[in-house]
Design a protein around this ligand. Sequence first.
Ligand SMILES: Cc1cc2nc3c(=O)[nH]c(=O)nc-3n(C[C@H](O)[C@H](O)[C@H](O)COP(=O)(O)OP(=O)(O)OC[C@H]3O[C@@H](n4cnc5c(N)ncnc54)[C@H](O)[C@@H]3O)c2cc1C
Length: 362
Amino acid sequence: MTSADATAQREIQPVADRLKEVAAGATDENAWPIRQFDALAQAGVLRWGLPAELGGIEVSSREMLGGYIALSRACLTTAFILTQRNGACQRIANSPNAELRQRLLPRLAGNEIFATVGISHLTTSRQHLGVPAVRAIPTDAGFELSGEVPWVTGAPQAEFIVTGGTLPDGRQILAAVETSSPGVTVAAPVRLLALSASQTSAVILDRVVARSSDVVQPPTENVMRQGPNVSTGSLSTSALALGHALGAIDALDEHAGRRAELGEFATALRQEAIVLERELLDASSGDACGTPGGTNESLRARANSLVLRATQVLLAATKGAGFVAGSYAERAVREAMFFLVWSCPQPVVMANLRQLVRESSG
Ligand SMILES: Cc1cc2nc3c(=O)[nH]c(=O)nc-3n(C[C@H](O)[C@H](O)[C@H](O)COP(=O)(O)OP(=O)(O)OC[C@H]3O[C@@H](n4cnc5c(N)ncnc54)[C@H](O)[C@@H]3O)c2cc1C
């Protein structure tokens, strides 16, 4: 552990402990984790990664990833919502639109407003349909957005959604859409296999005006390639999978303390997690754009594999008691499934499928 890792760990650990205390409450779609977010705000974590001159605290990618690992180890729901909120903040912070940065970032840093992202339709979601999910028509004022944003975590809680649309010429824009704008309808949050408290909804846009002053990225090809390490399969998603796996391994260790026969499994999983954590943190250092050569994707595939195995080992170890709804193991297994579908680029999906088929046929 470097001294920067140790500092970040010292700051984040009390928050993570607090999240762990209240995590069991964050279950159904009515249970937005407000206390958890207050804990993050009080500890200054909502300022992390934002420019200092606009109320933020500059942290390295390594520190941010270390924070995500510690938080998801305690409460995956809260850590996940934080990544979506930070995704919106980072997109705005990297925007060439200075007026937008000045208008929104101090309020985001101060936790006066909540913003989130609805961008998967530009990368992973609905790609096979061959038509844009959201169309952006240029107007004198800026753009008019129409269509359905399929997945927006925390949409019912958000004042702003960073989302995008496709122009008739195929270029794309990103804009910060105010949820109170005429033409914006936030659907009721869906009940999910897990993480329902993230209040993930579809958002319908019906000729919603995005003024030029709301534009986060002006028209460009592949707008999601603009900006650092916020793409699908990014290191943050792997950090959350690893943190969740570590939570399961911690629980397994507790059982191993009472049942010696479990020790070898806890030790093997922890060793794998330690190696993965080192490689993940090293991959983030010194290169805010992530690492070349598909390393991000191979780390994500390994993190997915680890979180699925660690949570299932915990379930098997805790037997029927772990299978009871509401037990930690039962919840951990369901939550691990999330990583099979969330922000998964095609190479990661294929790696997961190959591994699952190989293991079941082997
Ligand atoms: C809990 C949760 C929260 C999320 N939060 C956010 C968020 O805050 N912001 C955000 O931007 N994204 C978010 N996402 C989206 C996520 O990152 C992925 O983009 C999403 O899970 C991809 O799933 P999809 O069903 O939209 O994929 P799709 O590819 O659209 O698949 C949908 C269905 O289409 C069919 N299909 C797929 N490909 C083909 C094909 N080639 N031919 C025929 N049929 C096909 C399949 O039957 C599939 O079931 C979230 C997802 C989840 C599950």
